[in-house]
Ligand binder design. Sequence first.
Ligand SMILES: NC(=O)c1ccc[n+]([C@@H]2O[C@H](COP(=O)([O-])OP(=O)(O)OC[C@H]3O[C@@H](n4cnc5c(N)ncnc54)[C@H](O)[C@@H]3O)[C@@H](O)[C@H]2O)c1
Length: 206
Amino acid sequence: MKNYLVTGGAGFIGSNYIHYLMENFEKDINVINLDALTYCGNRSNVSIYEGNNHYCFIQGDICDEKLIKKIFHENDIDYVIHFAAQTHVDRSIASAYEFANTNIIGTLNLLNTAKEAWESSNYNGKRFLYVSTDEVYGELPAEGYFTEDTPLRPRNPYSASKAAGDMMAHAFYETHHLPVVITRCSNNYGPYQNAEKFIMLGTGSM
Ligand SMILES: NC(=O)c1ccc[n+]([C@@H]2O[C@H](COP(=O)([O-])OP(=O)(O)OC[C@H]3O[C@@H](n4cnc5c(N)ncnc54)[C@H](O)[C@@H]3O)[C@@H](O)[C@H]2O)c1
């Protein structure tokens, strides 16, 4: 039995991921969905699992150190799948503080708690997935493509805060050997997505 802490699991990609986990592995896993239910989070995206012994929803903030420690302490977490973020570029231009708190401090809080909980077992069987974004690379010239070695050049407060979280995750991997995996996907569209960020409505988000 593996215990997953999924952050932001009431949001667009996080809720799709929980559906995937529960549809394919339900009997072998426990999923804890931690989400602050900001305007982007919608508990009904995953409410079909409420009452299921393998699923638990916690409304809370990834910046809340006490809460994260309690979740680790009570649930013997094996995997952290970290989706939770402030995600809309235009909002980050209007005010960046919430983006810095959630995307940098919240990420640091999760990394540090995972390190403290897992280091005595030498991280055996543990994983921390940080869901980053291709926006950390900045803008492509007319020709070409990004690779994993492309330097990070974020161009707005959203992507700067995601790049900071990304680099913090990498730093925990290098410094503490925390088993971190980082993904930097480009834009996704699909079910459970907040209309604000659908392809025709955004000016460049996520
Ligand atoms: N949507 C995309 O196309 C895309 C592309 C690349 C990367 N990403 C990344 O994938 C992740 C998920 O993106 P999404 O589009 O599903 O976003 P979303 O905005 O739909 O979902 C984010 C979720 O995080 C929750 N949240 C926000 N702040 C929180 C906090 N402080 N504590 C706990 N929960 C909090 C929200 O309530 C929401 O449910 C993000 O990290 C984003 O940067 C998304």
